[in-house]
Ligand binder design. Sequence first.
Ligand code: ASP
Length: 364
Amino acid sequence: MLHRTHLTALAALALAAACAPAPSPRATPAAIAAGSGSLGGQQARWGMVIHGGAGTISREQMTPAREAAYRAGLERALRAGYAVLQRGGRSLDAVQAAINVMEDDSLFNAGKGAVLNAEGNAELDAAIMDGSTLAAGSVAGIHRTRNPIDLARAVMEKSPHVMMVGDGAELFGRQQGIQMVDPGYFITAPRRASWERQRAADSVRAASGARGMADAGPAYSVPDERKFGTVGAVALDQAGNLAAGTSTGGTQMKRYGRVGDAPIIGAGTYANNRSCAVSATGTGEYFIRNTVAHSICALVEYGHMPLAQAADSIVNRQLVAQNGDGGIIAMDRQGNWTWPFNTSGMYRGHIDAAGNVHIQIFKD
Ligand code: ASP
């Protein structure tokens, strides 16, 4: 009965997506995944897809040096995950290895280089999920854990819980021997400067009676310069198991205590061998309200929709109809993968079983 109810709800969801009103100019459907693929036939199907955040990323604003740095960072992460997969390791380990590289790279909004909250501190969220068991671990409101994805994994494997927050999560991390750092470790000069700019702009707006980010209403989409660079990975290993992980500093100037979609299982992160693995990036509130990652997997599992179509219908129809900006990466057990986004760019990369790397930033 539950199953039938679920199916009906999903059919309604798919129908609503198909009948969604015309997209707003903010999120362009033209950005529909320029990439998706499949590795069938005799080829090995395993591989990995990663993202380093979605937003307004235009060629005009990008310098060659900056583009090269992003590409190099993404490739390092892909190669770290690939090394695990190639030696027959688990997708879970590959996802963690790739995310560790991006957490340590200050270009990305995760770990070192995270954006700052309204108090001027880095406040981190992360989650990881094993598609073969549905085991999941997530952490939110983290201030001292060098690699939040490691703490999420410890919650998954060393505690009976799925989600832990703040001081309690970090106390547990210390007990598990997870590396802690001074909160200042995460803060870089460019992030501090961006925060100062926003604080100045918000006080000008406040003086004119307008609301700043921390007090904006529910329909607010976070401007891109304030949330570039969340990181995520999905992988299929040689044993045919899927995994997903996401790590982020969230959105700049978020209220102290705000939790985004990344650590919410089913919103920003989800993996299930029966359907797919998904990691998301964008204004998290929309991804939470629409349970984006699980909705995509549910369309695949219950609606028998091909992965690319399921992902596209949620990202480029359902989210766009609500002005929810962002994108996702996804893989299924057949090795199909996709990376739709409704912004002008998303840092993203794929590596196949032969080690071929494919990195894209802009929508074309
Ligand atoms: N989804 C993240 C959050 O809302 C931010 C991002 O992906 O840019 O916390």
